[in-house]
Design a protein around this ligand. Sequence first.
Ligand code: ADP
Length: 481
Amino acid sequence: MFQDKTRSIYIDGKWLDVNQEKTYAIYNPATLEKLTTVAYGGVTETEAAIEAAEKAFTSWSSLTGRERSKVLYRAAELMAQDADRLGKILTLEQGKPIKEAIGEVKGAAQFLLWYAEEASRAYGEWIPSSVSTKRLLVIPKPIGVVGAITPWNFPSSMITRKLAPALAAGCTVVLKPSPETPLSAIEIVKIFEKAGMPNGVVNMVTGDAKAIGKTLLSHKAVKLITFTGSTPVGKYLMREASDQLKRVSLELGGHAPLIVFEDADIDKATSLALKSKFRNNGQTCICANRLYVDESIHEPFTAMLKDKVEQLVIGNGLDQHTDLGPLINQAACDKVQLQLDDAIQKGAKIVTGGYELTDKLKGYFYPPTVISQVTDDMLVMNEETFGPLFPIQTFTDETEVIHKANDTDYGLAAYIFTENTSRTLRVVEQLEYGIVGVNDVFPATPEAPFGGIKQSGNSKEGGHHGMEEFLEYTFVSIGMD
Ligand code: ADP
């Protein structure tokens, strides 16, 4: 499916030839087989990409929103039509089950579609003046060249979620995809190329993350860095960006609580808790990380969850029946094991999982594991797991569980299961999270603002809020005779 060497650096509408000395290999996490090699770019390539983006900004930003949206519509269509092939590439490099991968690609196309529609809706303002001799206007303008740094857990949708609003707003982009998953990124750039994106509007550099990051941070033409990834890297980018007061949009880690109240529908709550936790094998920033279940329904809830978890099929994501693919790498498996060992040492009990998988699975596999008798001091209750380990704690009091849910530096997503409307509103108002799912664990959608508060992030992606990240506003004060 792939050539030995895949061209992965795209600057000013041209793919750079891959130089043998400057490459690195991409592996399939399910089989540990090498898929291909891609280019290992650094400072020089990033500078060239920024300069191309800077040059293209003048013409791209002066098009009408309608003109920009034409390219985005075409890209959305091309992507949706090719979802099966793109999904396969995604599964090969990232590991997630093919049904999830195809779903992700279709979702990624939806971001292109939604922002194609939004491109002509960057409204300004007319402010009624307090004096009759002035007229006051606010004009939105695209911020300029954007550096986009994306993660491996959603190799496709995290790119279009950033690039679609940036391009709709009139910005030009230098994309640095995750080193683990450049192949989906290459396909997205090819789609833009086919859709007729003018040269220099979208550029991509793969390779040395630190060098590419430093160049994006230090180059004056880059006005905004949009990042999805770990909290430490997000903090680093924000610190460094302060030197030039670059804008930084951050989507960082989470530690989502999922609270099941006594009036919840247990069948629905167990099914959705499972989908939240084990989607992408626990490797999403909004995955439920800790489960709080009302003491009075704890037993039937745990029994039903155990039953459903034990029916999950583990295997190569390319197999249509697979529910759980591999983790991204060995470090991810080690982290889950560390959290499990810590929990057991502090008194947790295994409900299901925790066993060694047979060696017929060669990749980075870890069994879905549920633990009970969990206490607040365990690592799993405090640090993002990013893997298939699910701790259950019981509670008896609403105030107490809200306090526990909020007692973290993270503030991305939280979930509650209840059929009581008053409780829903009371709890939602008190949860310190950017996103709250009520009897729903799939809150990410192009038309709504996704993003964390506290140390989970400072921005929104999706909705009209998502485009505002890429705009700045000029206030025009007009004196009149
Ligand atoms: P993870 O550990 O889950 O891969 P990271 O935050 O390390 O999360 O990675 C998210 C993205 O940030 C990736 O594209 C990665 O290459 C990039 N990245 C990591 N370190 C840096 C850095 N110092 N400068 C710029 N980008 C970085």
